[in-house]
Design a protein around this ligand. Structure first.
Ligand code: 5AD
Ligand code: SF4
Length: 452
């Protein structure tokens, strides 16, 4: 039974919220939206979980391991609930969407379950939970983009920020849970994106990353006004030449020459494209429902190399997808070698309930084979990453300084336009400034040089 609003205490007044985020950059951006919604509703954010009246865990479902991590975390914080009377724990994001009421039934630790399109409801859900009512809302929306909400940055005074430009995904890759947990694709009003980017620049940020599951299919259509991704990128780049613009993720089937030419026209659009291949085998690509072939993927890489010769390319690869043979795996290795990826994110296939692969295909590659293949592609990528960095030795790059290096305050660390980390001795420069750095040596992960 729900109590009438007038006899509920005003639970949100100055209550303190701690938000912990798992998963992708989109989730990081979402946590900043959640922070903003809660701030506006009178909640205070805190950095120490022990200070919190409300703990929100923003979760990821992409692989079984991502979910296991969250369950582990929930277990490790369960003692806080005994320590603090009335402590509210909320599970939000993709896992909330996937598991819905089951989470509450299975685990009495959790008071709130909120899917990715319901964050505007969090203040009232917290209110309900404070009144002793567990609260679940996992409705997906066809419209919600949180476009009007200016996210609260978790690192005020930072250098680089994410901007979510669209939500959801329409691609239906057979292995992927995203369309089920984040719903259909919808693009955000370009004016609100540009406003956010300008405000970030005014606040001192020097880099924005435009985020979406498939940014190339960004499209805003409000009748008389139509904006595609290349146009949005160009307008963002025009905010100021000192504002670097990145974007992620590009889908190989939708990466247009038009976009590559737009990138070529602006130095402040970073020379890096994340173009997940997933596999090098046509048979597997088809089973994955990726919508491109090995040959058309290679053609896209050739287009990048010819229009943007300085551009780094990274990828995602999955090993051991359903029915993958040694020969398919060899094709993945060969594609990676051919493309000379500058870096890669590599995963073993993990079956996700409800996806097309889970419904129609057998997860028949043994775990040890998936693991062995993964080890092989990681070893190959390490070789390619080292090769890519060695090529930079002797060259000068403009580096956007992010802060001191992890190891020592005598060194600064930042990124080149190609998204490679460069470390160099401090010399009258600081975070948020650009430095011209000559690269002298490298490891497989880092470029080392000096300011010239
Ligand atoms: N198993 C393994 N990896 C996956 N990815 C997405 N779904 C799965 C899955 N079920 C990987 C893809 C994607 C990246 C974000 O995560 O490579 O590009
Ligand atoms: Fe991001 Fe996908 Fe994980 Fe959701 S499931 S947090 S969209 S990676």
């Amino acid at each position: 039974m729900k109590l009438p609003a007038f006899i509920l205490p005003k639970p949100n007044m100055l209550k303190t919220v701690y938000i912990e985020t798992y998963g992708c950059q989109m989730n990081m951006a979402d946590s900043e939206v959640v922070a903003s919604i809660l701030n506006k509703n009178g909640f205070k954010l805190c950095k120490d979980i022990n200070d919190a009246d409300i703990i929100l865990i923003n979760t990821c479902s992409i692989r079984e391991n991502a979910e296991k991590k969250v369950w582990g975390r929930l277990k490790s914080i369960s003692h806080l609930k005994k320590k603090k009377n009335g402590l509210i724990i909320g599970l939000i994001g993709c896992m909330a969407e996937r598991l819905k009421e089951k989470v509450i039934e299975a685990d009495h630790l959790i008071d709130i379950v909120a899917g990715p399109d319901t964050y505007r409801e969090l203040p009232s859900m917290i209110s309900d939970a404070s009144g002793g009512h567990r609260s679940v809302n996992v409705l997906l929306s066809l419209e919600e983009t949180y476009g009007d909400i200016m996210p609260v940055r978790t690192d005020p005074g930072g250098v680089s920020a994410f901007i979510s430009i669209m939500r959801g995904c329409n691609n239906m890759c057979a292995y992927c849970v995203v369309p089920y947990v984040r719903g259909a694709e919808r693009s955000r009003d370009p004016e609100s994106i540009l406003r956010e980017a300008s405000k970030l620049f005014e606040a001192g940020y020097k880099e924005v990353t435009l985020l979406g599951q498939n940014v190339n299919s960004y499209f805003w259509d409000s009748g008389n006004k139509k904006v595609n991704f290349a146009q949005l990128l160009e307008r963002t780049a025009l905010i100021d030449p000192l504002l670097r613009v990145r974007f992620s993720t590009s889908h190989p089937k939708d990466l247009s020459d038009d976009l590559l030419h737009t990138m070529a026209g602006y130095e402040n659009i970073c020379r890096h494209i994340h173009l997940p291949a997933q596999s090098g085998s046509n048979r597997i690509l088809q089973l994955m429902n990726r919508g491109y072939t090995r040959e058309s993927y290679m053609e896209r890489i050739k287009a990048i190399r010819s229009i943007l010769p300085e551009c780094a390319v990274s990828t995602d690869m999955i090993t051991g997808f359903c029915t993958e043979t040694d020969a398919d795996h060899e094709e993945s290795l060969a594609l990676m070698e051919w493309a000379e990826f500058d870096f890669s994110y590599m995963f073993r296939y993990s079956e996700r309930p409800g996806t097309k692969a889970a419904r129609k295909l057998k997860d028949d590659v043994p775990e040890e084979v998936k693991k062995k293949r993964l080890d092989e592609i990681i070893a190959l990528q390490n070789k390619l990453s080292a090769r890519s960095k060695r090529k930079d030795i002797g060259r000068i790059f403009e580096v956007l300084i992010e802060g001191f290096s992890k190891r020592s305050d005598n060194y600064l660390s930042g990124r080149t336009s190609q998204n490679k980390v460069a470390v160099f001795p401090v010399k009258d420069k600081k975070a948020g400034e650009y430095a011209s750095v000559r690269i002298e040596i490298c490891t497989s992960a880092t470029l080392l040089g000096t300011i010239v």
